[in-house]
Write a protein that binds this ligand. Structure first.
Ligand code: SF4
Length: 384
């Protein structure tokens, strides 16, 4: 009998990438491939990349260099396929930069509905949307993954039903902006602007990039439907954007004890000047309002966040405003990143990376101590 072909996958980056890799594996199995025991035995190697910081791209490049050294003298060279966020560089550029790569695979080609290969037998990640319309100025996602596409509700529910039958009792819904699931987008035309002279580049209005929705938002309807599966003991979702976190969503969480009481709500900065330049669509006061509503309606809710320090032009005063907000909100955990300019993004084109590494590191340390190791500083106050 002919030996089946084998595959091996390397995954960098966020949960969305991990979820995508599960589906890439499912696609291989559907085509009769088997998972190789080691990378040396693989006929095809997929590298699912991340571009959120330069260091993430450097790690993928160094892996490819190591693979090229490893297989240079080998009798049989595996096919190397690159996918994930690095594909925003474009096929031509990537293939000339990384000649050892054989193929560039846009992740959208794998699709939502390839069966995922999951190692965990209790908890499952389910993608509900891909791409993003929000164009935060520092972020490569709208360019690497394209415009937001929502997965049809019946397909998501069919996957939940299937998982429940297999004994899964924890689910995390994933998407770049889950709150905007199924919403109608506002045409912002930024892509066209990106093609022009950077001096002419204007940010779209700092506001939600979705049409106002009357009635129950599609994401809330989806959560209500999933909560009808009583076998699901814990339901989580990632990632939420503050400007699309509706009152209806807060009510929905409060009426379903199955929905996790930990909410990850990225703020990125506590300075309105910086938020505007990040094109985040809210002020720190708007963010606090969402936090106050969450605390009022959902007893025991805890919050996490993402913060970028050293965004171009961030002054000591801007940073102090982020510190002040941290003291007010009392996040349980924060993923604090030092700004890293990503070619192709709006902030890369518009603003010089003018905060030094030393200052970025100091600011990072202040927030780490304040939020993630609060025993090193005083207790922050909690707003009600
Ligand atoms: S909401 Fe902003 S940070 Fe999040 S994926 Fe979209 S553009 Fe990037």
């Amino acid at each position: 009998m002919k030996k089946p072909k084998t595959y091996f996958i390397f995954t960098f980056g966020c949960q969305m990438n991990k979820s995508d890799s599960e589906r890439v594996a499912g696609d291989y199995l559907a085509r009769g491939y088997q998972l190789a025991k080691t990378v040396d035995e693989a006929d095809e190697i997929v590298i699912n990349t991340c571009s959120v910081r330069k260091s993430a791209e450097d790690r993928a490049r160094s892996l490819i260099n190591n693979l090229s050294k490893k297989f240079r003298e080998a009798k049989k060279k595996p096919k190397i396929i690159l996918t994930g966020c690095m594909i925003h560089h474009g096929e031509e550029k990537l293939l000339s930069m990384l000649p050892f790569v054989d193929e560039i695979l846009p992740i959208a080609e794998v699709g939502f509905n390839s069966a995922a290969v999951r190692r965990d037998k209790q908890h499952a990640w389910i993608p509900i949307s891909s791409g993003c319309n929000s164009f935060c100025s520092f972020c490569i996602v709208p360019l690497s993954r394209g415009r937001e596409v929502s997965r049809p509700q019946p397909d998501i529910l069919a996957e939940v039903r299937h998982l429940v039958r297999q004994g899964y009792n924890e689910i995390t819904l994933v998407g770049q902006n889950v709150n905007s699931y199924g919403l109608e987008k506002v045409g912002i035309g930024l892509r066209k602007l990106l093609m022009r002279d950077p001096k002419q580049l204007k940010l779209p209005a700092n506001k939600s990039q979705y049409k106002k929705f009357k009635g129950i938002p599609p994401f809330v309807k989806l959560l209500d439907k999933i909560c009808e599966f009583k076998q699901i003991a814990k339901l989580r979702f990632l990632t939420s954007n503050p400007w699309d976190f509706s009152d209806a969503l807060i009510d929905c969480i409060s009426r379903h004890p199955q929905i996790d009481r930990f909410i990850h709500l990225p703020v990125q900065s506590g300075s309105n000047r910086t938020l505007k330049r990040m094109n985040r669509g809210y002020t720190w006061q708007d963010y606090l309002q969402v936090v106050a509503k969450l605390r009022r309606k959902i007893p025991g809710v805890t919050l996490g966040t993402d913060i970028i320090v050293g965004f171009p032009g961030e002054t000591d005063t801007d940073f102090q405003e982020t510190v002040n907000l941290a003291k007010k909100v009392n996040w349980q955990v924060a993923f604090v990143a030092r700004y890293s300019p990503r070619p192709g993004t709006v902030s890369y084109r518009l603003y010089p990376d003018n905060v030094s590494d030393v200052v970025k590191k100091k600011r990072w340390q202040v927030l780490e101590n304040l939020i993630n190791q609060p025993h090193l500083t005083h207790r922050p106050q909690v707003i009600k």
